[in-house]
Write a protein of this length. Sequence first.
Lengths: 293, 365
Amino acid sequence: MTRSRGKAGHLSGYAFAGPFLLLYATILVYPLLLGIWLSFQRADLFGARTWVGFDNYARLLTDPTFHQSVLNTFVLALLIVPPLTVIALLLALALNRATRTAAVFRGIFFSSSVLSVTIVTLIWRFILTPDAGLVAEISQVLGREPLPFLSHPDLTIPSLAITTIWWSLGFPIMLFLAGLQQVPPDIYEAAALDRSSRWSTFWRITLPSLRRTLVLVIMLQTAAQLQLFGQAQLLTAGGPSGASRTMVLFIYEVVFGRWDLGYGAAAAEILFLLVLGITLAQYWAITRREAER
Amino acid sequence: MLSLELDRIRKAYGDTLVLDDVSLGMDAREFIAFLGPSGSGKSTLLRIIAGLETADSGEVRLDGQRIDHLHPGDRNVAMVFQHYALYPHMTVRENMAFGLRNARVPKGEIDERIAQAAKVLEIEDQLDKKPGQMSGGQRQRVAIGRAIVKQPRLFLLDEPLSNLDAALRTRTRVELAQLRQRVDAGVIMVTHDQAEAMTLADRIVIMNDRRIQQIGAPMEIYTRPANAFVAGFVGSPAMTLVKAALEPGEGPFARVRLGDGAQVETRVSRAGLPVDGPLRLGLRPESVRPAAAGTGTTEAEVLLVERLGDRTLVYARLANGEEVTAQDEGNSRIRMGDRIGLAVDGKAAHLFDADGTGHHAEAAA
């Protein structure tokens, strides 16, 4: 009796988990495995496949275009993640109050996040374009030559970083605000009675309380920015001459431009391993310090 | 010597007045309890003294110096919060040292003060733990320790025992009483638990409805409640209040007739009472004893019997519907539904006039 009920219980359990597992397997596990398998093939979009072993990976190691894209991606992540985290934290601190004005500004700062990348790049094109952009107009009023933000090799990456920071601020701000609201207010009162200055309250009370949120924001943003694509494609098309080509843009060009599926898949696997490795390393570095404390 | 003085403190949140001209003086080493129901303004008053809230008007002085314009950290007061408010990411030692470091106390002295407080509170082996690793009772000790190391002029305790379970609460109460002997400072404790207030405080400040209702020693508040609110709030079970009318007469003491016609001879001076107008007779359960039907001051029907072991509480209804609480021996045989007599001890009765002011039996000459 109990046994049959146990079996029925098993079955109903699978029935509940089944739809999710099926979906998960179809849209995540299968493509992941297919990608790995593809990376060992010479393959085009029409279905021709030949097994080439590690050939694709070996080519990537000697491909200067790929190297440039890896470097660009890392520089972009470094230019985006730290300032984005700091700015989002500062804004969250400023907006963490129950006034109407703060609510309005919370809405304004979050609004950029709901825009699609097409709109975002369009807006920033209006701002950065050297012939008629907002910055150009201002430069001219100030009597300076407008800078070619979207076409000079030294300026495209910073331009992409600024655009991305502007676009990505909303979500980290929300995470920080949620973290700040978890801090019990009486701790701040205790700190006030403990003669804590503003600075020491921030440094010794607020920041340690936000530790987990901070880790989450940095890890999420690193993983996200290493996969930066839309802005680079739409704003600069990876140019000039690959100066702003990111890894995902490289993969896109290889697969959908040159129809070299296997080569693109191999590059994608490398990106996957990089993202996995870096986020795990961050997690390890941070939790290890936490265990020491 | 007067230590803390509150002078006509007034506070409103928007249109809601929460403190209305509250004044109070406190001796240097006195233990005062603010006792009152939720929303009586007692916590607000404590927070005004701490500097966590600002009064709309009025002055707070400590040792003769005005402190209401000072930052909370500069007032020389320490507070123990209801939910402890320990810094979760700091160890116990760091929690206690934080305030001292901010006050630039030399390191050697910080260590010394912490060691001393830890010894008194028996948390010496907990100093390197974090609050999250400790039980509620231990956290409470750390919170008290964090206040002690500051060596303040005044301790402010906000419902310090309310988060502890019953057994721990009684023990901590005893410890607070002992601790209080060791510190050279005044203590103000906010509580809604009258047992805490009665056992710990030198004086109790009863608050209700934005105002101080009575300030007095615990027994004074119990035996001579200033008004009907205090009479009903202090004492468990509460004092019975029944309608009464003054009987005309010549004697020095008031004789009153209850709603059911029974008469009670009190020891309350007739002189201070209003000649006409409604009165209420206040009777503590211990001054009403059940008696055989037909023998007492009046008759009643038993509604409920509570057997507490050492005594029995009898809730009874008079003929006119009013309820009276009486106290009987522990082995009382009275049962629900019985008709009994009630013997009222008029010498211990209180009278309250129309605006609630209390009139009490004159002390026996």
